[in-house]
Design a protein around this ligand. Sequence first.
Ligand SMILES: CNC(=O)c1c(C)[nH]c(/C=C2\C(=O)Nc3ccc(Cl)cc32)c1C
Length: 278
Amino acid sequence: MPSTLDDFEVISTIGTGSYGTCKKIRRKKDGKIMVWKEMEYGTMTESEKQMLVSEVNLLRELRHQHIVRYHDRIIDRSRAIIYIIMEYCQGGDLDTIIVQNRKEGTHVPEDFAWKILIQTTLALKECHQRKNGKAVLHRDLKPANVFLDAESNVKLGDFGLARVLHHESSFAKTYVGTPYYMSPELVNNQSYNEKSDIWSLGCMLYELCALVPPFTASNQSELNRKIRTGDFPRIPSQYSLELDLIIRKMIQVEVIRRPNIDAILADPLIQRKQDSLA
Ligand SMILES: CNC(=O)c1c(C)[nH]c(/C=C2\C(=O)Nc3ccc(Cl)cc32)c1C
C-alpha cells in the first residue's frame, strides 16, 4: 500500500539544501520517526523529471548499513512536489559538527575521523561496485551529505540526486555554494569518474580534521588554480602522520595515482585502524 501525506505528521524542519527541504516526520500508524526530503519539480523539463524518477528508484535499490535507508516516495502532482521518505539520522550531519568545533575551538578525536573515513569508504564501495547494476557515483560528497545515527555511524545521503538536480534546469540553477571539493579533472572540464568521488572524500576528511577545506579562495579562478597545484597544508599536528598520509593519497591531482575504493580499504593504515576500532 503506497504511503500518502496523511500517513505522516510533520514535526519540524531539520535542513534546507540546494535542492529541497528536509523535515522530521512521525509515521502515525506506529510513531516511527523518519524524515522526508521535499523537492519541487514544477520547473523541471520532462527529461529532468524522468532523471529524478530514475535516481529515486536507484535510491530504493541502495541497501547498506552506511547509506541512508530509503522507505518510500509520495508525489503531489497538484503542487508538483515529490516527498522522499528516508530513515532518521539522530546524530545529524558532519557539516554541523565541523561548524560546532570551529565555533568552540575544538577538534574531532582522531578515532572519530578514522571511523568516518572507513564507513564512508564502505558506503562508496557499495555504490561504485554495485552487484546488480552500473556504478553509482555520488557526485556531491561533502560534510552536509554525511549523516550519523545515534551511535555516530555514517549514513551517506543524497546519492545520485546531485546529478539530476545540478542538471541545467531552472530549478537546479538555484544550486548555491562554492565547489571547494571540485576535483582537478572537473576544473579541467574532463569527465567525472569514480576517482572524483575519492578526491571529494579526501577533501571531506581533511575538512573534518582541519575544520576548513584543503583549498580555499575568494574567487573561482583562484580556487581552480590552487586545486590544479594540489598543494595544501598538513592537517593539525595533533593528528597522526598516518591520517595525514591517507588523506594526501586521496587528494592526488593525477587521477591514475589516486587510490580507488579497494586500494583505500586494502591500505595497511586502514587495515590497522579497522582492527583497533573493531
Ligand atoms: C543539524 N542537523 C540536524 O539536526 C539533522 C538531523 C538530526 N537529521 C538530519 C538529516 C537527515 C536525517 O535525519 N535523515 C536523512 C536522510 C536523508 C537526508 Cl538527504 C538527510 C537526512 C539533519 C540535517
